[in-house]
Design a binder for this molecule. Sequence first.
Ligand code: F6R
Ligand code: MG
Ligand code: MG
Length: 367
Amino acid sequence: MAKGKITISVIKADVGGFVGHSSSHPEILETAKDRLVNAREKGSIIDFHVLRCGDDLELIMTHDKGCDNKTIHELAWNTFTAATEVAKELKLYGAGQDLLKDAFTGTVKGMGPGVAEMEFIERKSEPVIVFMADKTSSGAWNLPLYKIFGDPFNTAGLIIDPSMIEGFCFNVLDVKEGKSITLSCPEETYYLLALIGATSRYMVASVYRKKDKEITASASTERLSQIAGKYVGKDDPVMIVRCQSGLPAVGEVLEAFSFPHLVSGWMRGSHHGPLMPVPFYEANAVRFDGPPRVIAAGFQVSDGRLIGPHDMFDDPSFDLTRRKAGEIAEYMRRHGPFEPHRLPLEDMEYTTLPNVLEKLKDRFEKK
Ligand code: F6R
Ligand code: MG
Ligand code: MG
């Protein structure tokens, strides 16, 4: 670890839902907290906060060990397995759903949980927002990330703040090829949009400020379906964004979520629906297992301590967005099993749909 650096690790998994896939049981959260209190006392982490979004258990941790650290990943893995035991005992739904391997092998990456991490030198004041979504996948962050770091109609600072005027660099992952590319904006904006508009294949993994390479956003980019080889739910992504003092302001970051854009996920991970920003207590996927939800936990980081969380979407200024999301959900639902509410066939490859189509295979006649 470089001197003076801290790391924020947000590691999440669905280890069992209550009721069905809609929400989490308080005992799951308590079990996770017990584990992390222990780890904090032993000094392996500096601080933590446990939250849930829908059926996903979210571990927000700070430490001084850097990204991809074995101790931290193992702590998360053991916390998830302990919570899975509780889920099994309560017969919660889909106990251990996202733990796709039997034993820990050094990193949780590729084992089912989602991970967003970043390491940085803490500034004089360090406002950070952790976004957590349920019933959608990592591509859901593409549009808000573009707005935050690439669109002056969203982020006034891109034209008003001299630290931002040079722009930001987007690291984009091609999940199909397993390759990534960094695009420098504003000059490569059109290339960026050419890629990240295709949200099922290209996902923004991180963003940094161009003038000094300061890391400002980091997103989870796991694709559970492709890891598992069969459908085990959507990734339900997380993302960390640092704000203020030459980075987008808290209000500019949140503004990107005032438009409830369509994302893939929702019922059976097979539908398009609006991403609805909600307070923590409304992060329950109930209508048609959705619509997809996002929560935002705000913190001030102080010597690695997580001062917070502040529930950023618990505010009437987002009521209109929620109402609009409700209207869009209603409109999309009226399409029933038809596209574009239902995802196109290629995005259904990893669901259970191929098993259904298989049953008809021999009944097709040549025309
Ligand atoms: C989507 C999700 C749910 C389930 C649905 C069916 O990510 O988790 O919409 O796909 O409730 O679940 P099973 O097949 O477990 O009955
Ligand atoms: Mg679930
Ligand atoms: Mg979930």
